[in-house]
Design a protein around this ligand. Structure first.
Ligand code: ARG
Length: 583
C-alpha cells in the first residue's frame, strides 16, 4: 500500500466505522491531513464535524470511531488510532513503514509518482522573457518555480505542458525600432545582439524622457509595425530571432526542461480582432474620453481594463485575453497557470474578471502563481537603479565559489568542475525554491552555498554521504554480494526512535508532492527534504549501520539509507536539482 492508497483505505474504513455506529455520513466531507509528527501520521476531522452537526460531544464520537476503526483495520496498516480533541489521529504500523522501504527500492526513480492528474491538462507558463532584454536575477524565480511545478505535475500524472509567452510585442518595440533607426549600427548589434539592443532601448528611453515629442514618433513606429510595414517587420523579426537564440542559451544554463511552446505575445496578433468583436458584442467594451476602448471593472474594485489605446495600439491585456481563449480551445486545460511576480496581481485579477464576464470560468480554472521579489543585499534588483545582475553573472559567480568550496572540502574528487556546476545550480535554485514563493527575501551567497542548514548543497551532501556509506560497504563486502532487497519482518527489527522518524518521513513523500502541487508551493517539498535529511543525519549519528553486528539489522539499515538517498534524489529532481553521488 502506498500513501495514496493508504489515504483511500483510511477513508473507506472511517466511513464504514461511521456506518457501523449508525451515524449518517451523508454530505460529510472527510478531510485527511498530515499533522505534526507528534500527532501521528494522519489526522481526520470527520468525527469533530459530525459531532458538531449532530450536537454531540466530539470526544465521545471520536472515541467510538476509534474503537470501531481498530476492529476494522484487520490488515494492521495502522498501529494505533486515538482521539485528541475530537480529531482522530492515526499512527502507521512498523509493518507498513518497513514495507514502504522495499517499495521505494523497487520503484526507484518512480517512487512518488501517481495517477492523480490522469486525463487532466495543465498549462504552466513561466520564464516569460522579453525580446531584446537580457534576463536578470528577477527572472530566476519564475524560471525555477515554473520548472519545478511542471516536473511535479508530470510526476503526479498530469498532462503538463509549458509555455513561455515571450514578450515580443507591444509599444516598447516602437522605442527600440526608433532607437535603432536613429543611432543603431548593424555591425555592432550583430556582434553582441542582446546587449547592444538593450543599450539602444535604454538610450532611446532616456532621450524620450528628455524630449517627450519623441514618444509620438516611437508610438508611430509601433503602429507601423502593427500595420505590417515591411522595414519595421524585418527589424522586429531580426530582434526576435536573436532573442530566441539567447533564451535557449539561458534555459540550458539553468538546466530547465525544454519548453513545449514558445508562443510569444505576437502569436496572438491575428487573434485579437475576434476578441474585440466578442467584447463589443457583449457590450463589455466601452469607448473612453480619448477614444480608447476599455472594460469598466469599477464595481469590482478593479478600475478600468484598457483593451485598445487611443492611438489604436493593442494592449498587453488584450493579448492575454486572446491567449487564454486560445489555450482553452487548443488544450482544453484543467488548470492554466501563470508564474509571474506579484506586481502583476492587479493585471491577472482584471484578466480573470473580464473573462468571467465573457462567460469563461477563468477565476476557477486559471491561477496567478504570484512571486515575491528577491533582492540582493545592495537592494532590489532594478533596471533603473542599475544594480542589475545578469543571470549569466550569477551562475558564473556561483560556479567560481562552488569550485573553491570543493577544493577545500574534497580536493581529490574526480570531475570537480562538473560537480561544482551541480552544486552551484543547486545553491541558486534551492535558495529561491525554499522560500515560500509569495515572500520577499534577500539573496546572499553565504546562505545559498552553505553546506549546512536548509540549502541545496546540504541536501546534495546528505545524498552523497549515503552513497559514500554504501560504497564503503560494497568495498568491504565485495565477496558477500548481499541482495539489499530482502524483505525483513518488522517484528525482528526492534526499530529505534531515530529509525522510525526516517521511516515516517519516507512514507510522507507522495503526500507532500500532492500538497505542493495543490498549493503551487515547491517550498513544501524543500522543507520536507530538509527534514528528511536532518532525520537521516540524526539517525546515522545514533544508530550503527556499518558497525552493526547483527547482519539482519545491518542489512535493513542499509536498505533504509538506500531508500532515503532515493527519495532525496527524486525530490531534488522535482526541484530541478541534480544529486551527485560524490562531492
Ligand atoms: N513578459 C511579461 C513581463 O515581463 C510577463 C508576462 C506574464 N504573462 C502573461 N501571460 N501576462 O512583464
Amino acid at each position: 500500500m502506498n500513501s495514496e492508497t493508504t489515504k483511500i483505505y483510511l477513508t473507506d474504513l472511517l466511513l464504514q466505522a461511521f456506518n457501523n455506529l449508525g451515524f449518517n455520513t451523508e454530505g460529510l466531507s472527510l478531510k485527511i491531513t498530515v499533522p505534526e509528527q507528534e500527532f501521528g501520521d494522519y489526522a481526520a476531522n470527520a468525527a469533530l464535524v459530525l459531532a458538531k452537526k449532530l450536537k454531540l460531544d466530539p470526544q465521545e464520537v471520536a472515541g467510538q470511531v476509534v474503537a470501531e476503526f481498530v476492529k476494522l483495520d484487520e490488515a494492521k496498516v495502522f498501529q494505533e488510532a486515538y482521539q485528541a480533541k475530537g480529531f482522530v489521529n492515526f499512527r502507521l504500523s512498523p509493518k507498513s513503514l518497513v514495507e514502504n522501504v522495499y517499495r521505494i527500492l523497487n520503484e526507484k526513480d518512480n517512487f512518488g509518482k501517481s495517477k492523480l492528474g490522469e486525463n487532466k491538462t495543465v498549462v504552466v507558463e513561466y520564464f516569460q522573457n522579453n525580446v531584446a532584454k537580457p534576463p536578470h536575477v528577477g527572472h530566476l524565480r519564475s524560471a525555477v518555480v515554473g520548472d519545478s511545478l511542471l516536473r511535479i505535475f508530470r510526476f503526479l500524472g498530469f498532462h503538463a505542458m509549458s509555455d513561455t509567452h515571450i514578450g515580443d510585442w507591444g509599444t516598447q518595440f516602437g522605442i527600440l525600432i526608433l532607437g535603432y533607426k536613429t543611432f543603431g549600427n548593424k555591425t555592432t548589434v550583430e556582434k553582441d545582439p542582446i546587449f547592444e539592443l538593450n543599450k539602444i532601448y535604454v538610450e532611446m528611453s532616456s532621450r524620450i524622457e528628455q524630449n517627450p515629442e519623441l514618444r509620438e514618433q516611437a508610438k508611430q513606429e509601433f503602429a507601423k509595425l502593427e500595420k505590417g510595414d515591411a522595414e519595421n517587420r524585418k527589424l522586429w523579426q531580426w530582434f526576435v530571432m536573436e532573442s530566441v537564440v539567447d533564451f535557449e542559451h539561458y534555459r540550458r544554463l539553468l538546466e530547465l526542461l525544454s519548453f513545449d511552446h514558445n508562443l510569444g505575445e505576437s502569436f496572438y496578433e491575428d487573434k485579437m480582432p475576434a476578441v474585440m468583436e466578442a467584447l463589443r458584442a457583449k457590450r463589455l467594451a466601452l469607448r473612453g474620453e480619448t477614444g480608447e476602448e476599455y472594460v469598466d471593472l469599477e464595481q469590482y474594485g478593479l478600475g478600468r481594463c484598457i483593451l485598445v489605446k487611443s492611438d489604436g495600439a493593442t494592449t498587453y491585456h488584450l493579448r492575454d485575453f486572446a491567449t487564454y481563449i486560445f489555450r482553452k480551445g487548443q488544450f482544453d486545460f484543467y488548470k492554466n497557470i501563470y508564474v509571474v511576480d506579484n506586481r502583476q496581481a492587479h493585471h491577472f485579477k482584471q484578466l480573470f474578471k473580464v473573462l468571467e464576464l465573457m462567460g469563461y470560468p477563468a477565476e476557477r480554472d486559471s491561477v496567478h502563481v504570484d512571486l515575491g521579489f528577491m533582492s540582493l543585499p545592495e537592494g532590489p534588483i532594478s533596471t533603473r537603479k542599475g544594480n542589475i545582475i545578469s543571470l549569466q553573472n550569477l551562475v558564473d559567480e556561483a560556479e567560481k565559489r562552488a569550485i573553491k568550496i570543493i577544493e577545500e572540502k574534497n580536493p581529490g574528487l574526480a570531475n570537480k568542475s562538473a560537480v561544482a556546476k551541480m552544486v552551484a545550480l543547486a545553491a541558486i535554485k534551492y535558495f529561491d525554491l525554499s522560500h515560500n514563493r509569495k515572500t520577499e527575501f534577500t539573496f546572499t551567497w553565504e546562505n545559498a552555498l552553505s553546506f549546512e542548514g536548509n540549502t541545496g548543497p546540504y541536501l546534495q551532501y546528505s545524498h552523497a554521504r549515503i552513497h559514500g556509506i554504501l560504497k564503503k560497504f560494497q568495498i568491504t563486502n565485495s565477496k558477500l554480494q548481499i541482495n539489499l532487497q530482502t524483505n525483513l519482518k518488522s517484528e525482528i527489527l526492534n526499530l529505534k526512535s531515530e529509525e522510525l522518524s526516517v521511516l515516517r518521513k519516507l512514507y510522507q513523500f507522495p503526500l507532500v508532492l500532492e500538497q505542493a502541487a495543490q498549493d503551487y508551493l515547491p517550498n513544501l517539498l524543500c522543507n520536507y527534504l530538509f527534514e528528511l535529511s536532518q532525520n537521516f543525519n540524526a539517525f546515522y549519528q545514533e544508530v550503527p549501520v556499518l558497525q552493526e553486528k547483527d547482519s539482519q539489522l545491518k542489512l535493513f539499515r542499509l536498505n533504509l539509507i538506500t531508500a532515503t538517498a532515493q527519495v532525496i534524489k527524486n525530490g531534488l529532481y522535482l526541484l530541478g536539482i541534480e544529486a551527485p553521488e560524490e562531492m
